[in-house]
Design a protein around this ligand. Structure first.
Ligand code: SF4
Ligand code: SF4
Length: 145
């Protein structure tokens, strides 16, 4: 079996403002990892855009926790855990083809069908489905299959 994804640690997915939305579960886990309170986490490391709490970036436009890789890896948010198995990439083969330019960890040879199979299995195992569409990132899948 060809692995459909294996992170190459290039950091592309950690660059860009506003994309990392934190659910309350994410905030508790990340705060615990940093040994601070969720309130302190919100004050120091997040901003609210369109009603959702998001991680801020540094001046280099990388996530505030990016430093030659994820410096909070065990405590990282669900959306970081779910990439590249986002809903759009699972339902749309063209999106999956397009992300191969951006994410060198996505293995084209595996094919989209296998990407979907492995992705759904991973998302299920890790409990990464969207639970509340009002607060959770839209990129997480909602269908139970
Ligand atoms: S873009 Fe892909 S290969 Fe690069 S760090 Fe992110 S997940 Fe890993
Ligand atoms: S929390 Fe870690 S994995 Fe997520 S964007 Fe920031 S540096 Fe990248």
């Amino acid at each position: 079996m060809t692995l459909a994804f294996e992170c190459k640690m290039c950091g592309h997915c950690c660059k860009g403002k506003g994309g990392i939305i934190l659910t309350s579960k994410d905030r508790s886990r990340l705060a615990e990892h940093l040994k601070i309170s969720p309130e302190e986490l919100i004050e120091k490391y997040t901003e609210k855009i369109n009603g959702k709490i998001r991680l801020i970036c540094g001046e280099d436009d990388y996530c505030i926790f990016f430093s030659e890789g994820c410096s909070v890896h065990p405590g990282r948010p669900d959306i970081c855990r779910a990439w590249p198995f986002f809903r759009g990439n699972l339902i749309d083969e063209t999106s999956w083809e397009m992300i191969q330019e951006y994410c060198p960890g996505v293995e084209a040879k595996a094919g989209h069908k296998e990407f979907v199979r492995q992705g759904k299995e991973y998302i299920k195992q890790e409990g990464l489905r969207q639970h509340d569409p009002d607060i959770a990132p839209n990129a997480l899948i909602t269908d139970p299959e």
